[in-house]
Design a protein. Structure first.
Length: 242
């Protein structure tokens, strides 16, 4: 992550390399039951593509290079793009647009219940020296006589599909194919994410959100007038002593 300034207000942003993407397939409602486009991103050598993929991507393979990643984006109506078209970030997004970002969250490995589910743990005293991070009981007894599905227990944490909504497009760099998104996105640095435009927006909305987070201190005059403030208590003691 990094930061930038929007109207003299510092905003945390994430730099996302977004395109160019190539249309590799179009799903049709008559044949597939829904409208969608399959986009190819990145590049890899032709020799590293399987024969079925080479046949599938024969319309977009150029200079013995094919796309590294393939992702499908569902649409509500017939798309205007055709197989082989190139889509840039500036063709889809504009400054201020509200987007959602979907990615694979960071893997944390095998984690206990305190880290994974925020359990409080057991007491530290009364002889329970080894119960501080223990899960405790996991069932009721004879009835139901089993552990219910979905019970929060220790296990592998992270590595899940996560979607973060209501991020704003702060800036678009057409030359580098990068966009700056307000806030953090799921996944590790260099991971693959899907950015979906939700609706149009304005950067003024983002400035209002950031300004609400900033906590301003209480003015000095209000502190002295407030009988509960420590400054007022000190002034009162000095007056009494004098």
């Amino acid at each position: 992550m990094t930061s930038t300034y929007v109207e003299d207000i510092r905003v945390p942003v994430t730099r996302v390399f977004c395109g160019p993407c190539m249309v590799t397939q179009i799903k049709k409602d008559e044949k597939d039951g829904y409208w969608a486009v399959q986009l190819g991103f990145g590049s890899r050598k032709l020799k590293n593509l399987t024969k079925p993929l080479q046949g599938h991507l024969k319309a977009v393979i150029k200079d013995k290079q094919g796309p590294r990643y393939l992702r499908e984006i569902r649409l509500e109506k017939e798309p205007e793009f055709k197989v082989g078209d190139t889509i840039l970030a500036s063709d889809i997004f504009k400054k201020g647009d509200v987007v959602s970002v979907t990615g694979i969250s960071k893997g944390k490995g095998f984690a206990g219940v305190v880290k994974r589910w925020h359990f409080a743990g057991g007491p530290k005293t009364h002889g329970q020296s080894d119960r501080q991070r223990a899960p405790g009981a996991i069932g009721q007894g004879t009835t139901p006589g089993r552990v219910l599905k979905g019970k929060h227990m220790a296990g592998r944490m992270g590595g899940d599909t996560v979607t973060v909504k209501n991020l704003h497009v702060v800036e678009i760099d057409q030359e580098k194919g990068e966009i700056l998104l307000s806030g953090a996105v799921p996944g590790r640095s260099g991971g693959l994410v899907t950015v979906k435009r939700l609706h149009a927006g304005k950067l003024s909305e983002l400035i209002e959100e950031v300004s609400q987070v900033v906590v301003q201190g209480e003015p000095e005059e209000e502190k002295k007038d407030n009988p509960l403030s420590p400054e007022a208590a000190i002034d009162k003691e000095e007056n009494v002593q004098s």
